[in-house]
Design a protein around this ligand. Structure first.
Ligand code: COA
Length: 265
């Protein structure tokens, strides 16, 4: 089904969101940003074990802000759009299940920021990455200046944002901007990336759901808490697993030398 310019479907336990604006290289206009918010508010289900975000075609994952729309906007409309990044895209960084960017081409500006909101990033071998905002007289404001240093470190983030350097997938992998590069061929093959990403996240989509959610809460807390508070928070997250049927099932499966079957309780 479609929610505005987003195609949404479910496959192998994942909710897959595909931006369908290939003619504008999947750039983020108001309708697309709102569609992300609508998916969270109306379509995310307790059954979804992961959310995968990708773009249509092979040229771009997302070319950032829709610059043609932006040109027609008043200052107040631009300000409102920035707030919408927070309200309608921001949930990807706080979603109860892991979020994954399957980066099928160029991830530029707001497109890279969209990927940075996700917990995991898998890139096609031909993908490229940049935050070129300063060359356009602005700065990344969909979280880029905050998330990028947390992912690649302060020094690399300064280089990428101040110089606007564009890097390829192997460099992105080397600096930890992406977790995985799918395929080796420079010529992109449609569908290959998504299949690779879904295979790679099987430990999530077939794992113990309560443990996945608890681990994610604890990991995200590490971004905002000091060590003592974080260790305390971690204990609370463990408690959510301690009383679960899935924990007992894992212990039984270990004793019986079989694979556990988790039910999410
Ligand atoms: N906003 C609106 N339209 C965009 C766009 C954007 N961010 N990026 C690309 N498009 C449009 C182009 O204007 C073009 O439209 P046209 O056919 O009406 O001329 C169409 O998408 C195809 O773009 P093109 O540059 O020909 O595609 P490509 O495959 O050769 O290159 C990109 C793809 C993404 C590398 C390139 O389009 C690009 O660099 N875009 C700008 C990215 C950017 O600076 N984003 C803003 C960051 S703040």
């Amino acid at each position: 089904m479609h929610v505005g310019p987003l195609e949404i479907r479910r496959q192998e336990g994942a909710l897959i969101l595909t931006i369908q604006r290939e003619e504008r290289r999947n750039a983020l206009d108001l309708a697309t940003i709102q569609a992300f918010g609508d998916v969270f508010r109306q379509h995310l289900s307790a059954e979804d074990r992961a959310v995968v975000v990708t773009g249509s075609g092979t040229a771009a994952f997302c070319a950032g802000a829709d610059l043609k729309e932006r040109r027609e906007m008043s200052l107040d409309q631009v300000r409102a759009q920035l707030l919408r990044y927070r309200s309608d895209l921001g949930w990807l960084s706080t979603c109860p299940v892991p979020t994954v960017a399957a980066i099928n081409g160029a991830a530029l500006g707001g497109g890279l920021e969209l990927a940075l909101l996700c917990d995991l990033r898998v890139a096609a071998a031909h993908a490229s990455f940049a935050l070129p905002e300063t060359s356009l007289g602005i700065i990344p404001a969909a979280g880029g200046t905050q998330y990028l240093p947390r992912v690649v470190g302060a020094a690399k983030a300064r280089e990428l944002i101040l110089l606007g350097t564009r890097i390829d997938a192997s460099e992105a992998l080397r600096i930890g901007l992406v977790h995985r590069v799918a395929g080796t061929a420079p010529a992109p093959v449609a569908g290959e990336l998504l299949a690779d990403a879904l295979r790679w996240i099987e430990p999530i989509t077939r794992g113990a759901p309560l443990a996945q959610r608890a681990a994610l809460r604890a990991l995200r807390a590490a971004d905002r808490l000091d060590l003592d508070a974080g260790l305390e928070f971690e204990l609370g997250c463990y408690e959510a697993c301690l009383t679960s049927e899935d924990r007992l099932e894992a212990l039984a499966a270990f004793a019986e030398k079989r694979r556990p079957v988790f039910n999410g309780r």
